[in-house]
Design a protein around this ligand. Structure first.
Ligand code: PLP
Length: 441
């Protein structure tokens, strides 16, 4: 890449969560293949991030490429109002098939955040149609549900800086986040402590008649801290929602499609949500597409309301290219025996990372499914740590106190070894005198 292209990027292009005046450094990727990202200096990096939970089968996959190319020759897009097409029908059939039995209708949205907006609007229109004024959502602290306004209003108030938008942002309710739980080989290690849900229970009791829905990330709280919690917490949430007849929205945008060791994380607790959000890995990281599923009962109740329909319809709804690659992605998931892939990653992550817990600078190490997390005691210097990782030939992007891995499912043991070795090496340096270089002042 030419220096002027880099300069243009720094001067004119926003990147996620970084300053426009003094942006964090960016690495130029010119291609990606399998589990490798190719930089413009000919360096190849092993990918430990799956491009944020999405690229589960790796990059430039011949079958996924082919799905896009075949569809491209037919049509890349047509409006979804008054028109339907087989890529969408096939996909929605599959989604209904693999998710909870009660979920029988699908709304195809354009991104995870929009899928959450859709879920919240469904809950509001549902209660409106029933003639009840319920407009508040109960969420959990440390949650992350997206960056648009309604989605942000149910994210952790501190992490997403609700005070910046005070007066504009809906003030929702937040219950204390569940305690961290340890998992080994996919099974929770601690006994359930009913105390853990007491704040949530109190919130439900105090606000039962104004809450429209509860929204949670099942079992894994992702961008809000990479926290794994007890399946009984989720079970109790379901019971309390039933008790007060409040809708339960499961945001499985990050956890969906096998990442936590179950196809959907709700399965750890054997519960069914009333509304389910999917995204990220839905297209294997090829294109933006998300889905919000709900029951026939909720869908039909919405149709009884004043509007007679659900009030949402994105321009690129059910984009055929995205649906086609999602279909190929789901077929591949089944063919590749994702359970074995994820289990092998889990075992290896556990073996390689758990000894790090003994280190002075490490607060916690946790592994669930194909997710491995090293939580440091202090925030790490992203630019510095990232530079070290790249020098070691891996793509790992920490945030806050967290250094974590969620590699593509197709990763091979030696490649995964390179990722975990890189973390071990970094931590050794951090442990030594160079610590200050890795810490944010
Ligand atoms: C990433 C994420 C979202 C938002 O998805 P986008 O596609 O980035 O809008 C919502 N919920 C969870 C749990 C996520 O991890």
């Amino acid at each position: 890449m030419k220096p002027e292209d880099r300069a243009f990027d720094r001067r004119h292009i926003w990147h996620p969560y970084t300053s426009m005046s003094d942006p964090l450094p960016c690495y130029a990727v010119i291609a990606a293949d399998g589990v490798e990202l190719h930089l413009d200096n000919d360096q190849h990096l092993i990918d430990g991030m799956s491009s944020w939970w999405a690229a589960i089968h790796g990059y430039n996959h011949p079958i996924l490429n082919d799905a896009v190319c075949q569809q491209l020759k037919k049509m890349s897009h047509v409006m979804f109002g008054g028109i339907t097409h087989l890529p969408a029908i096939t996909l929605c059939r599959k989604l209904i098939d693999i998710t909870a039995k009660s979920l029988q209708t699908v709304f195809l949205a354009d991104s995870g955040s929009v899928a959450v907006e859709v879920a919240l609007k469904m809950a509001l229109q549902y209660w409106q149609a029933k003639g009840e004024k319920r407009q508040r959502i109960l969420a959990l602290r440390h949650s992350y549900h997206g960056d648009t306004f309604a989605a942000m209003s149910v994210c952790d108030p501190q992490n997403s800086m609700h005070h910046l938008y005070r007066g504009y942002l809906k003030e929702n309710l937040f219950a204390t986040a569940p305690a961290l739980s340890r998992f080994k080989e996919g099974r929770v290690q601690e006994n359930w402590d009913e105390q853990d849900i007491s704040d949530f229970t109190t919130m439900m009791a105090c606000h039962a008649d104004e809450i429209a829905a509860v929204i949670v990330e099942p079992i894994v709280q992702g961008a809000g801290g990479m926290r794994f919690y007890h399946p009984d917490y989720l079970k109790r949430v379901r019971e309390l929602c039933d008790q007060y007849q409040i809708l339960l929205i499961a945001d499985e945008i990050a956890t969906g499609f096998g990442r936590s060791g179950k196809l959907f994380a709700c399965e750890h607790a054997a519960i069914e949500p009333d509304i389910l959000c999917l995204g990220k890995a839905l297209t294997g990281g090829y294109m933006t597409l998300a889905a919000t599923l709900t029951t026939r009962q909720i869908a039909e109740t919405i149709s009884l309301g004043e509007a007679r329909c659900f009030m949402h319809g994105p321009t690129f709804m059910a984009n055929p290219l995205a649906c086609s690659v999602a279909n190929a992605n789901l077929d591949l998931l089944a063919q590749n025996h994702w359970q074995q892939q994820v289990k092998a990653i889990e075992t290896q992550l556990w073996q390689a990372l758990s000894p790090l817990k003994e280190q002075q600078t490490v607060a916690d190490v946790r592994v669930l499914g194909a997710i491995g997390v090293v939580e440091m005691k202090e925030r790490v210097n992203i630019a510095e740590v990232q530079r070290e990782f790249v020098a070691q030939g891996v793509w790992i992007r920490p945030f806050g106190k967290l250094i974590y891995l969620m590699p593509p499912y197709i990763i091979q043991p030696p490649q995964l070894r390179q990722l975990t070795d890189a973390i071990v090496t970094i931590l050794k340096r951090v442990e030594g005198k160079a610590y200050s270089a890795y810490r944010v002042e």
